[in-house]
Design a binder for this molecule. Structure first.
Ligand SMILES: Nc1ncnc2c1ncn2[C@@H]1O[C@H](COP(=O)(O)OP(=O)(O)O)[C@@H](O)[C@H]1O
Ligand SMILES: [Mg+2]
Length: 319
C-alpha cells in the first residue's frame, strides 16, 4: 500500500520522530509532505515534499491546510503539536469530507487532557491518584506537611513555566503570580512516560512505558523501556478512562507502591523514537488502525531495557 501522508509542525521533535518512523518501514510506503510555517524546519528535509502552512491560530488556517492537502494529494494528515490538536480535531469532518483521514484524538479527549485542573477532578471521581491541585481558596489552608509543591500552567507543555515551591515564603511569592498556573503537591520518585497504542474506536492495544532518565527542555534525553506489567496495565487503564483514540502518552510518577498520574498528553511524545526502536512503530500502527488494517500481535511487542541516548544532528542546505 502507498499513502500520501502530511506531518505538521515538521520541525518539532515529535514530528521528526514520526517522519523517521514512517520512513523506516516498508509495509505502507509513505510519501510524506512536511507542513510547517518555517521553511527552515528540519523535518522539511527528511520528508519527500514541503508545504508552507500558517500558524494554527492564523485566520483561515484550516482552509489553507486543506488547500495544501489538495495540492499535494494528501490522504492522511498527522497533527503534532499542542496548539494544533484541538483545531484539527474540531475540523475533522471537513478533512473527512475531502477524503483525508486525520490521526488525532476526539476533541473531548483533548479538552479534558489539556486541562490539568479538570483532569484532577476527573481522576478523583475515577479512583486514579493525581497529586492534589489546590483551588484558589484551598491555598490559604496549605500546611507545612503539604510541601514541596509545584506550580505549573494549567494547560502547559514542555515543562515550561514550572517551579518547585519549598516553603511558605516561596508560596507567598508564587501565589501572587499565578497567571493561570496551578499549585499541586510535588511527588518524588521515578518518572515514566507511557506511549499508548489506541485505535480510533477507543480500544487500547498496548502501552509502552519508558523511564525518563534525563530530561532536557521538557524532552526525554535519555530513556529506557520498562516492561513492567503493573505500569503497562496502569497505562491501559488510564488511556481507556480518558477515552484515548489517537496518539497519546501518559506521564506518571511511581512513589513507592503508588502511581500518580501527572499528565495525559493527547499527542506523540518527543521520546517516541525509543518506542519505535523497541519494536512498536506507533505512527504506522495508528495509520493501519485508521484504515481498518489488522495490527498483528508481534507489532505490539517491545524490547525491555532498551536505552536511548540522544544527541544533536545537523542538516545542511544550500541557500
Ligand atoms: N506533581 C508533580 N510532582 C512531581 N513532579 C512533577 C509534578 N508535576 C509536574 N512535575 C514535573 O514537571 C514536568 C512537567 O509537568 P507536566 O505536568 O508534564 O507539564 P507540561 O504540560 O509542561 O509537560 C513533569 O514531567 C514532571 O517531571
Ligand atoms: Mg508533560
Amino acid at each position: 500500500m502507498r499513502l500520501n501522508v502530511a506531518v505538521t509542525s515538521a520541525g518539532s521533535a515529535p514530528a521528526v520522530a514520526v517522519i523517521k518512523a514512517l520512513k523506516k518501514q516498508n509495509e505502507i510506503i509513505c510519501h510524506i509532505t512536511a507542513m510547517d510555517m518555517d521553511p527552515l524546519s528540519s523535518g522539511n528535509y527528511l520528508a519527500d515534499d514541503i508545504a508552507a502552512i500558517p500558524a494554527s491560530g492564523a485566520p483561515g488556517f484550516i482552509d489553507k491546510v486543506l488547500a495544501a492537502c489538495r495540492r499535494h494529494e494528501v490522504q492522511c494528515l498527522i497533527p503534532i503539536i499542542d496548539e494544533e490538536l484541538f483545531v484539527f480535531s474540531a475540523a475533522i469532518d471537513r478533512f473527512n469530507a475531502a477524503g483525508i483521514k486525520v490521526i488525532v484524538n476526539d476533541a473531548k479527549v483533548i479538552r479534558l487532557a489539556k486541562d490539568k485542573r479538570r483532569a484532577y477532578h476527573f481522576c478523583a471521581q475515577n479512583n486514579i491518584l493525581f497529586p492534589r491541585v489546590f483551588s484558589a481558596t484551598d491555598i490559604a489552608g496549605i500546611k507545612a506537611a503539604d510541601y514541596p509543591l509545584i506550580i505549573k500552567p494549567n494547560d502547559g507543555r514542555g515543562s515550561l513555566d514550572t517551579a518547585v515551591i519549598k516553603d511558605k515564603n516561596e508560596l507567598d511569592f508564587f501565589k501572587e503570580h499565578l497567571n493561570g498556573r496551578i499549585i499541586q503537591r510535588f511527588i518524588g520518585g521515578p518518572e515514566f512516560t507511557i506511549d499508548i497504542v489506541a485505535s480510533p474506536d477507543g480500544s487500547v492495544l498496548q502501552a509502552v512505558p519508558r523511564r525518563r532518565l534525563s530530561v532536557k527542555a521538557g524532552m526525554s534525553y535519555k530513556g529506557e523501556t520498562v516492561n513492567d506489567r503493573r505500569i503497562i496495565e496502569y497505562g491501559k487503564k488510564v488511556a481507556a478512562l480518558f477515552k484515548i483514540n489517537g496518539p497519546a502518552n501518559i506521564q506518571c510518577i511511581v512513589n513507592e507502591e503508588k502511581i500518580y498520574l501527572i499528565e495525559v498528553n493527547p499527542k506523540f511524545a518527543a521520546g517516541l523514537p525509543l518506542t519505535v526502536a523497541a519494536g512498536v512503530n506507533l505512527p504506522l500502527i495508528l495509520i493501519k488502525s485508521a484504515y481498518g488494517l489488522k495490527v498483528a500481535k508481534n507489532e505490539l511487542k517491545f524490547k525491555d531495557k532498551l536505552f536511548m541516548l540522544r544527541y544533536w544532528e545537523e542538516i545542511f542546505i544550500e541557500g
